[in-house]
Every structure is written in structure tokens, then in C-alpha cells.
Write a protein that binds this ligand. Structure first.
Ligand SMILES: *Cc1c(COP(=O)(O)O)cnc(C)c1O
Length: 394
């Protein structure tokens, strides 16, 4: 008798469990015609800002718009260069282009898959000089290098102390892409205090796409920031550049988040801490059970990080075979991401070739995302790890 398969994620159970609460949000919206703006938006923004430890939260219609608005409001100007990593979802970089910037890639750390501060420093010292006002200029392109975007990939914070120090030295603005890292924590060596993602950089983008750790029942995103001016400009950008109805300071976008989604998100945010704990527990169990499989490299969590395990990503040689055999055994897995951004067709104009970012390229061939969601059972984890043990040691 064959076992049922193990899904990669479960978006049914959590919503069925809280259906009454979600329907109450709909009732409230219908009874008050509260669809755009209003109290449900304001409340969610206050709650999420508090959750992140940030002064402001501006709810927008996607993580991609959150990134774009953050870049625009935070000071990226047309023609500027903005540094990010090649192993992320394309939203991180396409939003740089949409804000008028030029994408520049710097490779990641072998163990955390996040921006490698040493490589960031090496790029700046080897390729950039400071102009009279102390701003970084790319010697090859003669363009200003304005900002750096660490991505907290898979739910783990990048090494923010190092990145912030280098950024300060070179006059770069730091934007966090926390689209996978709601509630992830970073221990700063400066104040020996844990900080949540979304409270460290100049501005941070979050996504509430359904599969994210905090997901809407549809599309959604938010910017968090401690900067009053950035928050104000983001509010205008999401609403056609209006400071006041029909008075437009600039052109903007229709980038608002629906009131109903904000109501759903408020209800789900209350449960996020317990969901995060369940993810962390599942991750510990995976790592414990995979310890004996020598060909598998589990995720690495430095002592300064409390990851929220949006994804649980292992490394294996011969990944294609392993993934296929796991599929045959009913274990659904994912690849995040199979093709590094610098080798995507969309970026041929950047002129990169294989070998330019070796750490990202090697990871892309070996990574495998295992099933991960709060409701994953011990029995399912056991089934996944048994399947891996059988596949990897035969
Ligand atoms: C999901 C995601 C985004 C984009 O968010 P959307 O809400 O889908 O627009 C950006 N960056 C990363 C790293 C993501 O995982």
C-alpha cells in the first residue's frame, strides 16, 4: 500500500481552521463598504509596523511594488547603480530597473546563500571610487552606485552589521528584501540585541503573496521604514502621487492594498508567531534526522540568526536524480532558484557569462527545497527524510 504524497506546502488547512474569522472580515467590509483604505488598512499597518519593530508600515499591492516604491522613495535616481545578489527571485532586480536604476550583481556566501559582505567590499574597492562628495562611482560605467539590497533569502537575515558598515563607508542606502523573512531576527554585535528584519535598513519590502510566511488571500505587500519622509512618499506613490485627493505632487501608481486583504492579514498576523515556531521546530527535526546522511548539507544558521524557515533548503550532489526519485516516492520539492539571475535571458544585456558568480551557480545546481509549512507532521518529516536517506545512500 502506498502512502499519500507529502505536499510542498499547505494553503488549505490554516485558512479552513480560521474560516469564521476570515468571513467576519468579509462581513465587516460588506456592511461598511470598506474596500479601499479605511480602518482595516490603518490597523494592519500599525500592527505590522509594531511586529517588525519599525516606525511605519505602508501596505501596497505586492512585494514587487513594495521594492519599487522603497527604491524610488529612498533615493534611487534614474541611471544609478543598485547592488543585489544573483540568487533571488527576479522581483528584487526588476524593481530596480523599474525605478530607473541599473542592476549590479555581487555573489553570495557559500553557507547562508545571502549577500557576502566580503564580496560586497571587494566589488566596491576594486570597481568604485569616491567622488568629491564621498559618493561611490563605478569607474567602468561612470555611474553613481547608490544602494545595496540584501535579500533575506529562505527566511534568514543577511549579515546586516557588516553590510550596514560597508554601506556607511561608501555612502550606500540599504534596502532590505524581506519578502521571505517576516519576523526573522538578527543579533547585532553593536548593541547585542535581536532585531527583526524590516527594522534595520533604510526601508524594507515584504510580500504577502499567499505562499509567504504571512500571506494574504490574494496579492499583497508592504514597506516598513523608520524614516517619516520615505513613508510619506511611499503613501503617495501607491496612490497616484496624491498628497490629498486630486492634488498630485508627482505621478504615481495604483499600488494600494485592498482593505479586505488587510483585514485577513491582521487576523493571520496574530497566528504568525505560533506558525513561525512550528516552522522552526520542523526545521530542527529535519536537520536532526538528516545529520546521518553524509551527502546532504542542511541549512546553516549562524549564531547571530533566528531564521523563520520560509523554505528549508538542503544541498545534494546529483540533485536532478534525487529530486526525481523523491517525486517518485511522493515527496514534492522545489528549486529556489534553478537559474541564477545573471544567466537569465532577461539579463543578457548585462553581458554576464557562466563563471561570473560561482557560488550562486554552484548552489543553483545543488539546492533542493523540502516540504515546509507550519502543519507539517512528524510523520511527514519522517517520510521525507526516509526517502532522502534511501535515495542518497544507495
Ligand atoms: C516573493 C518575493 C518577491 C515578490 O513579491 P510579490 O508579492 O510576489 O510581488 C520579491 N523578492 C523575493 C525574495 C520574494 O521571494
Amino acid at each position: 500500500m502506498s502512502n499519500p504524497s507529502v505536499p510542498f506546502l499547505d494553503l488549505v488547512t490554516p485558512h479552513v481552521e480560521m474560516k469564521a474569522e476570515l468571513l467576519a472580515v468579509l462581513d465587516k467590509a460588506i456592511d461598511t463598504a470598506g474596500y479601499a483604505g479605511g480602518n482595516m488598512v490603518k490597523s494592519f499597518e500599525e500592527e505590522f509596523a509594531r511586529f517588525c519593530g519599525a516606525k511605519h508600515c505602508v501596505a501596497v499591492n505586492s512585494g514587487t511594488d513594495a521594492l519599487r516604491f522603497a527604491y524610488m522613495a529612498g533615493g534611487v535616481k534614474p541611471g544609478d547603480e543598485v547592488i543585489t545578489v544573483p540568487n533571488t527571485f527576479i522581483a528584487t532586480s526588476e524593481s530596480i530597473t523599474q525605478a530607473g536604476g541599473n542592476v549590479v550583481f555581487v555573489d553570495v556566501d557559500e553557507r547562508t546563500y545571502n549577500l557576502d559582505p566580503a564580496k560586497l567590499r571587494a566589488f566596491l574597492t576594486s570597481t568604485c571610487k569616491k567622488d568629491a562628495s564621498g559618493k561611490a562611482i563605478n569607474i567602468k560605467t561612470q555611474r553613481p552606485v547608490t544602494a545595496v539590497v540584501p535579500v533575506h533569502l529562505y527566511g534568514q537575515s543577511a549579515d546586516m552589521d557588516e553590510i550596514m558598515d560597508i554601506a556607511r563607508e561608501w555612502g550606500l542606502i540599504v534596502f532590505e528584501d524581506a519578502c521571505q523573512a517576516h519576523g526573522a531576527e538578527y543579533l547585532s554585535r553593536k548593541d547585542n540585541t535581536w532585531h527583526r528584519t524590516g527594522s534595520m535598513g533604510k526601508a524594507t519590502a515584504f510580500s504577502f503573496y499567499p505562499g509567504k510566511n504571512l500571506g494574504a488571500l490574494g496579492e499583497g505587500g508592504a514597506i516598513t521604514t523608520n524614516d517619516d519622509n520615505i513613508a510619506r512618499i511611499c503613501r503617495q506613490l501607491r496612490d497616484h502621487g496624491q498628497a490629498q485627493k486630486y492634488y498630485h505632487d508627482t505621478e504615481g501608481y495604483n499600488g494600494r492594498l485592498d482593505a479586505i486583504q488587510c483585514g485577513f492579514l491582521s487576523a493571520k498576523l496574530k497566528r504568525l508567531p505560533q506558525w513561525t515556531e512550528a516552522r522552526q521546530r520542523n526545521a530542527r527535526r529535519y536537520t536532526e534526522l538528516l545529520k546521518s546522511v553524509k551527502t546532504v548539507t542542511p541549512p546553516f544558521e549562524p549564531e547571530w540568526s533566528k531564521a523563520v524557515y520560509h523554505l528549508y533548503v538542503i544541498r545534494v550532489k546529483d540533485r536532478e536524480t534525487v529530486q526525481k526519485k523523491l517525486a517518485d516516492l511522493g515527496v514534492n520539492t522545489g528549486l529556489h532558484y534553478p537559474v541564477p539571475l545573471h544567466l537569465q535571458k532577461a539579463y543578457t544585456h548585462l553581458g554576464h557569462k557562466a563563471g561570473d558568480f560561482p557560488v550562486t551557480e554552484k548552489a543553483a545546481k545543488e539546492i533542493l527545497s523540502l516540504p515546509m509549512f507550519p502543519g507539517l507532521t512528524d510523520e511527514q518529516i519522517g517520510r521525507v527524510t526516509d526517502a532522502i536517506r534511501n535515495t542518497c545512500t544507495e
